[in-house]
Design a protein around this ligand. Sequence first.
Ligand code: UDP
Length: 480
Amino acid sequence: MARPHAVVVPYPGSGNINPALQLSKLLRRHGVFITFVVTEHNLRRVQAAEGAMAGGCEGFRIEAIPDGMLDADRDGQDYDIGLSKATTQLFAAPLRDLVARLRNGGGGVPPVTCVMPTSLMSFALDVARELGVPSMVLLGFGAAPLMAQMRLRELKDIGYLPLKDESCLTNGHLEKTIIDWIPGMPPISLGDVSSFVRTTDANDFGLWFNITEANNCTKAGAIIVNTFDSLEADVLAALRAEYPRIFTVGQLGTMLRRRDLSNVDKESGSDSIDLTLWKHDTECLAWLDSQEPGSVVYVNFGSLTVLTVGELAEFAWGLAATGRPFLLVIREDLVRGGGGVAALPPEFLVETADRRRVATWCPQEQVLRHRAVGCFLTHTGWNSMLESIAAGVPMVCWPVFAEQYTNRKYACEVWGVGLRLDEEVRREQVAERVKEVMESEEMSKNAARWKEEAEAAASPGGSSYENLLGLVKALEDEGS
Ligand code: UDP
């Protein structure tokens, strides 16, 4: 049997690169040959982030293609929208050339048997079809956000979208409008369906793009989801009724930690490949070692969120008021207008000097699994939220963008592991919610239960473990 060869094409942000890399490592451990496609811009960033290792290893190669963006457009507030436009319009041609070049293999590379983009990259599915290569898509989020986004089109058709006027954004309309007909989902407010409902423009790019991309996932031969069956049982059952080829293989970090899924070290060398775009502050792990179990508040807003200076100050003073030690991660580009860590109020730095650690980027999964961490204040990006669930850490949730509102809904009201923060950040509420989460026995019990569920799913006989084997088999079948 020929070795399967997947060309993995993540959307060029950490929320997609990370799970795509984790899945690639798992597949490689099972003998799948991987070509991992990054943008030239991101490859330069990986190489510049000291400590990050791009390279490649047996059965894993990296290819870089241009993302088509002008450097001047990378700093703007709408970076993600610009990136989505650029990838959609300009990525297809170089990707087509790459897949065409590799299609028949040669020089130690087996013929390509699958093109595997993440969500938001459906042009790659078209490229695969044009070249006659099978395809599968890896979602950058869970089953519930997919189901919700697939319904944006119906919400448009029945006149809920775009919003009638600007007042709908502030008069409680988004919270009061309840959608109770999405298959497999509990009643959900319009505002929790997606950030892209927040528009009065019928031609809004974000809305159009997300409707198109959510529905285009079904063009793929299979949908791979970084989730586990018991976490999203109802919505997965509803999705599978429409699209039976769904492989749930998460939480990917938990799966990767299982050594019995790996024959890689003894047979084909290490897969410690790292594609982080920022330099990791690994010293924060040593700082965590010095803290009491369950005492630390960990705060991180992911790779794309942008805060105002005022919002950062409210979060900072809220943390100060908890009286707890905290690890606060502030990316260089987190604060609108720049400033990074320097945007923190100087008095706050003095007042909290003995119980804070500030970092610009950290090894998040290791941090969340550290025994010192007792609460995660998060923007509820899918990966961050799932990493927290798999580590058994309850959350304070402050969504900003895309599917993060749906994630918060599930964390707070379905899984019982989170509390909401208002959109307008207030220090008193930040302190109150952090304390409530850290003192709640119920939330801690729920979090521990979901951690066990995640472990069980990743164990032999568990849903994710078995689905991964099924996915490998499907890739082998495509190649034969
Ligand atoms: N991440 C990390 N270190 C950080 C911040 C984030 O390793 O300091 C990783 C995090 O573990 C997750 C990803 O970056 O895997 C962020 O993805 P997510 O879906 O949570 O949010 P996004 O960045 O897409 O908004």
